[in-house]
Design a protein around this ligand. Structure first.
Ligand code: ZN
Length: 465
């Protein structure tokens, strides 16, 4: 009798290509079989998934778990616990740690920290800041070490991550094209943003809406326009992060139609929150790009449905409640970024599939298939095919529940979705055959994996098997 580690029985398998009933057999951390008759297998554990959907483990391509960092507000273990609770099995971590990830030495140090602390599997972005502080050898060295993609900021993110100017951007795109890595951009125009902030200062505005008005959609659209022109000229694959502008999306749509290699991501906060929420939540809804008004949100949804947006991700940031509270008196005093790694998959499922009728197959593409393809993790990640890593999210598609920070398993216990009722609840998360989250347990006990059980995923990981 063939020996399996785990057999998940009676569930509905949901893939990019369709849905069907089958038992999923896991052996040696991989999917060994999908079968209607698993009686020929002997199993260490049998999981009854009656009424549940089996999805490829979610992949969040945009997290800021921020390790290393002397303050360590989160880190790979606590951030990974939140990810596991949110049905994610892989995250792709951004380069804004302290120190940042802009040299091969810093990249390798981060890789070491993944091996020590990660709970979910992790790929890593490499920062591109351009000359004079960075050389072509730095970029090549990080690519060699397995970087998933490069990332730059067209508007200053922090003193450690200054805005990249057009010359530096052009240089970095040429290098990215040469090295064959996608090039991700925080696309907001630095000059228009500086002007917007100055306009708010000039009239003494510090209310929550002043944040949105200081960086309207046009700030993004101008940056995306420039990025697309430079990328087309260099032949690099440009990936636009957290798009929240219909104008920018129209440009991306046209570029795709011309055959340009461009992909785009957005986040639940640009699809489920609007400027009323920004007024209500103040600092707890301050992020960049800013939360939009409902007309813009509706327009962004059109580009989700037509496939212009390839990927849904969280842009999770672990800021303290205290630092976000500062936004009540002066919105500009709150740091930029929202908590969201644990709510990403269930919130987007509830809004896109349950409320707006997105096909579950397309949901799987945005949450797992496309992320794996863009970040060099196929065919082992992002799919439930035989031979792939056994990364499986068990979702109850009908369970309703209310989001509460009390359930947060990541480091900073707050969520902009507090009190929101969602349909679709993660019951179990399995990463390479190991249950890393079990919803039937209580509190912190629900995360069942130890730090360091997650592994580093170099770009091309999928081809190594
Ligand atoms: Zn980000």
């Amino acid at each position: 009798m063939a020996r399996a580690d785990v057999i998940i029985e009676n569930g509905t398998i949901v893939t990019e290509g369709g849905r069907f009933t089958a038992d999923l057999v896991i052996a040696d951390q991989q999917i060994a079989a999908l079968t209607n008759n698993a009686s020929g297998w002997e199993a260490g554990e049998r999981i009854d998934a009656t009424g549940l959907w089996l999805l490829p483990g979610g992949i969040d391509v945009h997290t800021h778990l921020r390790e290393p960092d002397p303050e360590l507000l989160e880190g790979f273990a606590r951030g990974g616990a939140g990810a596991a609770a949110g049905g994610l099995t892989t995250v792709v971590e951004m380069p804004q740690a302290h120190p940042t990830t802009v040299t091969p030495e810093q990249f390798r140090e981060k890789q070491r920290l993944v091996a020590e602390h990660a709970i979910v599997d992790m790929a890593l972005w490499a920062g591109a800041i351009g000359p004079p502080k960075q050389t072509a050898d730095d970029l090549a060295g990080m690519a060699e070490a397995g970087a998933a993609a490069f990332k730059s900021f067209m508007a200053t993110s922090s003193p450690l991550f200054p805005a990249i100017d057009y010359g530096q951007l052009h240089w970095a795109m040429r290098e990215a094209a040469r090295l064959g890595l996608p090039y991700g951009l925080h696309a907001e125009d630095q000059a228009l943003l500086a002007d917007g902030l100055q306009r708010m200062r000039a009239v003494g505005r510090t209310d929550p809406l002043a944040h949105a008005e200081s960086r309207p959609p046009l700030v993004e659209t101008v940056a995306v326009n420039t990025a697309l022109l430079l990328a087309a000229e260099t032949g690099c694959h440009v990936h636009i992060c957290h798009v929240a502008s219909a104008g920018a999306l129209a440009l991306i749509h046209e570029a795709k139609a011309r055959g340009q290699r461009v992909t785009a991501e957005t986040c639940p906060q640009y699809l489920m929150l609007n400027t009323d929420d920004l007024e209500r939540l103040a600092g707890f809804a301050r992020c960049a790009p800013a939360i939009r008004d409902q007309a813009e949100v509706d327009a962004i949804w059109e580009f989700v449905h037509d496939g212009t947006i390839d990927i849904i991700c969280s842009d999770h940031c672990p800021f303290t409640i205290e630092s976000k509270e500062a936004g009540r008196n002066d919105i500009f005093a709150a740091p930029l970024g929202l908590s969201g790694v644990q709510t990403l998959l269930p919130a987007f499922f509830s809004e896109a599939v349950v409320r707006r009728g997105m096909a579950p197959e397309r949901f799987v593409a945005m949450m797992a298939g496309n992320p794996a393809r863009v970040f060099g993790l196929t065919p082992r990640k992002g799919t439930l095919a035989v031979g792939a890593d056994a990364d499986v999210t068990l979702l109850d598609p009908e369970a309703t529940w209310t989001v509460s920070a009390g359930e947060a398993l990541h480091g900073q216990k707050w969520t902009p979705y507090e009190g929101m009722t969602l349909t679709g609840r993660v019951r179990r998360t399995i990463r390479r055959g190991e249950t890393i989250y079990d919803d039937t347990r209580e509190g912190e006990e629900r995360v069942t994996a130890r730090p360091g059980s997650g592994t580093f995923l170099p770009r091309g990981y999928g081809e190594l098997a």
